[in-house]
Write a protein that binds this ligand. Sequence first.
Ligand code: IVH
Length: 672
Amino acid sequence: MRQKFTRLLARIAEANAAYHGQDTPLMTDAEYDQLRREAAEILAAHPEYAAAAAALADIGAKPAPGFAKLLHASPMLSLDNVFSAAEFAEFCARIRRFLGLDATALHFIAEPKIDGLSISLTYENRKFHRAATRGDGTEGEDVTPNILTLQSLPKTLPMDAPERIEIRGEIYMTKADFLALNDSQARQFANPRNAAAGSLRQLDSSITARRQLSMFAYAQGSSSAPVAATHGEYLEKLRAWGFTVNPLSTRLNEPAAPDFQAHIGLTRGDLPYDIDGVVYKIDDLALQSRLGFAGRAPRWAVAWKFPAERASTRLENIEIQVGRTGALTPRAQLAPVNVGGVIVQHATLHNEDEIARRDIRIGDLVELQRAGDVIPQILRVLQRGPATTPYLFPTHCPACGSLAMREPGEVIRRCTGGLSCPAQITERLIHFCARGAFDIEGLGDKTIIEFFDAGLLKSVADIFTLPEREAEIALRDGWGKTSAAKLTAAITARRTIPLPRFIFALGIRRIGENNAKLLARHYGSYANWRAHMAQAVIIGSDARLELGSISGIGPAIAEDLAAFFAEPHNLHTLDALEAHLTITDATSSTSDSPLAGKTIVFTGTLTMARPEAKACAEALGAKVTESVSKKTDYIILGADAGSKAKKAAEIGLKILSEAEFRELAGLQSLIV
Ligand code: IVH
């Protein structure tokens, strides 16, 4: 019975996580309620399970959806992680390389990494205006009334604050408040982080008001005027304006970081709140802005996480998942186990060679590790299970039965079923509707699979014919007029889509959000992109060479794109989609920069290191190439420029000095 109860709770926890975190419920409300009823019945018969229930899962009610969305003035990004002194040293080395610094020690502000949820507070005319959660980083939820219930929130700022400023920080619940909250009610939160999130994300702010939430302010958003020259000074300002700044925040230089990390690691248990590491931020804000961002994380900060949590459990099965490109990925199914406050039921097994190399077998007792938000990993086999046999990786796709092949030199086995494989099609559909892509509310995994099985969805273009079948959908089990009408509205709202999202949605191998943006920026419009891709199918064509030379794309990715455009069924899908959609041009905030769209080459020694110069030019919309050709617009000459300078002069290219480049790029002029 206890095992059944544990399983039920784990399933509920999984459903909760999917529902709250991804807006993609794993099950219908009715199924969810049934699970909860079963758990409640067992609990009534076995009150001794109450403690396990508290530790295992949040079995509370789902908060109603329906927060207004707010667009962040600048994206709320995440942080890269390091786990050791060596990785931290590598992070510092990367900064020095980027900036072209020699052995100079870097100065950081070190702050505990609070295990809560990030918040953005906007002040207009020095009055508190609104608050938003991080959401997907671009768009968050409007939680203004809820934040207003925080007693420690400064409602106005003094005259030395800029007129308009956005301040970022972390909302958290202290360990004591978390325990008191769980003591006071039937609903049990798994940990303080969940409790803080559940309490903040309440549509009824009077509930938030009754919960004890706290906040640390720690980061800058956009502001109408600069506030400080260093992050340390910025934190001082925040303190002076009435915000709570973590008292452990410390200025230190690079060699002092490992000791600081060890000290905080040893004393973290004594802190009144949960932390999962220390964030190190470059103190000098001018250096921060030079370093900028790479993808979703700043180059100027890193989260040094505490060692991962470990636990042991039984490997119950090895499932094979089929991805949208046909890749067969093994996943461990585990007897549910609590690893540092989170119920874990699955772990990554990487690929078939890895399973064979480590001789992992179904039935083994394994040790697993969970670090931060990453998927748990199996560290080692602790004890061989009874009567096990070596695991045989399937040679056929478990979804469609087609042969699964490994290309020479590849570790991944792929289903050869293409679009006749139901798993590949549903995965493509799921990707197409997901966040970052079309983001269609109401078309989550479950619904897509339901519609696919019912024959309503066969390819992505069918999504846009669903509104015509609204009446039919309304009659389906679990649906009704309102939910069908909502789905129609959600689909209709996405008929206009920006080019980068469209490209990403297609699910082309290795074209993630970043590469989709690069392509969109390079080609500008959908028509132009498609025309170029049609030509790029031919190896050696100008279009193929151009594609492969886009900074960040390269020849291997160009091959994946060409493979996509060489398939007639993909072209049919594009034709069908075009008929339903308006794909808006990639507008670049940098399009008014004099460097936008220009191809430039750096040569010789510059005062700024090459990676910084390149990132700076690319941020302004320029394309940076290594070699000089007729397509080059500018060549920027550093000291001792060699053959490239000569060639540029021969072709008659426009030559810029570093000072001229800095002026075009709007950088500070050189102080010689
Ligand atoms: S700085 C551009 N400082 O960690 C990066 N983040 O893993 C801005 N966090 O989303 C974040 N404590 O929610 C920063 N002292 C701290 C933090 C902190 C916790 C969270 C934050 C962020 C996440 C990234």
